[in-house]
Design a protein around this ligand. Structure first.
Ligand code: ADP
Ligand code: MG
Length: 405
């Protein structure tokens, strides 16, 4: 059986016309002799009645401390609604289909409610459904603990469901259908000139995703890479071939050993807050206490610059108030700045190439964007900027590295 996993995101299932497209895509794969396994997200985006954010809003009246187990059970309903509706639509076309929750599809996770990791996938339930001639339509973004508790995988988690099923079922490919033509050089909502990349490596796309390009979840890419399953990101609504995510990118005259392009794209992460803490340079115990307190509170930190007398780092804005409280309770006096964004130049090809940082700094300076902090790794240079400068910064860097169409 030639299995292909086809995942459809929120906008791909948002209207009757969109759902019709989904049905056509899946039936087309079937016609080509493939055995499609469908994974779906919750219907629509923020504001739509069954979107994840809407369901989350229902718990507002219970305050910020709504129990996580119940929160996950509620959130899981969004995808269950979609898979039942889609299964009914397939049946209407004379194609038997069966809706499955994550648990019913064999997805077993740990018990970290809200951000659970898939620890095991049992392929048997889906294989049984396929052998009976049904198309399995699986609720994305969710799983079940070994004890049968319903969990969710974190935002964007349906991509992870698709990749994990692809790995467990030995799929020929995993296709991520969305509302853009593929992985692009920047978010097309911000940069008009952004263009779709034909082929990218797993590493390039993982970096883009970790730095905020939400077109695909980084964990999904990692799973596909580990099991060497080709991943294709493409539009539900156009005939563009999309982006193939694979191991090596062949360039004319070169072996396909790895990424060769200098810069893959520009990614950004909004809603970042910066914390500065002044410390007595001689007091090493204080430094340990500072980072330990944040870790104990489950707050993850980024863009970390440690100087003898000052520690500077960022947190997600949603964690900023809590981080401030935790540090004050330990006797620190953190200086907190909200409303920032991280803009990153991503490209595995920049490793060891001199001058990339100089170009980043010059381009942002020319655009009038102040850099508040930087961090870099072998494949990224990230700059912290004011939220209102985000678009200016992305466009300036996109232009500097000539990533346009
Ligand atoms: P889905 O609901 O299909 O999972 P998402 O909203 O999670 O869709 O991801 C698709 C969105 O990702 C696009 O609408 C686009 O605005 C955004 N995006 C951000 N960065 C990029 C990028 N580099 N390439 C393509 N899309 C991007
Ligand atoms: Mg998504």
């Amino acid at each position: 059986m030639r299995i292909v996993v086809q995942k459809f995101g929120g906008t791909s299932v948002a209207s009757p016309a969109a759902r019709e497209q989904v049905v056509n895509r899946v039936l087309q794969a079937k016609k080509e002799g493939l055995a499609p396994v469908v994974v779906v997200s919750a219907i629509g985006r923020k504001g739509d009645p069954y979107a994840t954010d809407t369901l989350l809003g229902l718990l507002k009246e219970a305050g910020p401390d709504a129990p996580k187990r119940e929160r996950d059970l509620l959130l899981s309903c969004g995808e269950i609604i979609t898979c039942t509706v889609m299964a009914a639509l397939f049946n209407r076309c004379g194609q038997p289909a069966m809706a499955l929750t994550g648990g019913q599809a064999g997805i077993i996770t740990d018990d970290q409610f809200g951000d659970a990791r898939i620890v095991e996938v049992h392929p048997e339930p889906i294989l049984r459904v396929l052998e009976q001639g049904y198309i399995p339509v699986v609720a994305g973004f969710q799983g079940e603990t070994a004890d049968g508790e319903v969990t969710t995988l974190g935002r964007g988690g349906s991509d992870t469901t698709a990749a994990a099923l692809g790995a467990a079922l030995g799929a020929e490919a995993v296709e991520i259908f969305t509302d853009v033509d593929g992985v692009m050089t920047a978010d097309p909502r911000i940069v008009d000139e952004a263009h779709t990349l034909d082929v990218v490596t797993y590493q390039e796309v993982t970096q883009m995703a970790y730095q905020g390009a939400k077109v695909i979840h980084p964990r999904a890419v990692e799973i596909a890479m580990q099991y060497n399953i080709p991943l294709r990101v493409r539009s539900t609504f156009t005939d563009s071939p999309g982006t193939l995510v694979t191991r090596g990118v062949p360039y004319p005259g070169r072996l396909a050993l790895g990424p060769e392009r200098l810069i893959t794209g520009i990614a950004h992460l909004p809603h970042v807050a910066q914390l500065k803490v002044i410390l007595d340079p001689g007091d090493k115990a204080q430094e340990v206490e500072l980072f330990s307190a944040l870790a104990a509170a489950g707050i993850s930190i980024d863009l970390i610059n440690v100087f003898p007398e000052q520690k500077v780092f960022t947190v997600a804005e949603a964690d900023a108030a809590k981080a401030g409280e935790v540090l004050k309770a330990k006797g620190f006096a953190p200086e907190l700045t909200c409303g920032l964004a991280k803009v990153s130049v991503v490209g595995a090809g920049m490793r060891g190439v001199p001058g990339v940082m100089a170009r980043v700094v010059a381009a942002l300076y020319r655009a009038g964007v102040e850099i508040l902090q930087t961090a870099d790794s072998h494949a990224t240079i990230s700059c912290l900027v004011r939220g209102e400068d985000t678009e200016k910064a992305i466009c300036a860097l996109h232009e500097e590295f000539e990533l346009g169409k």
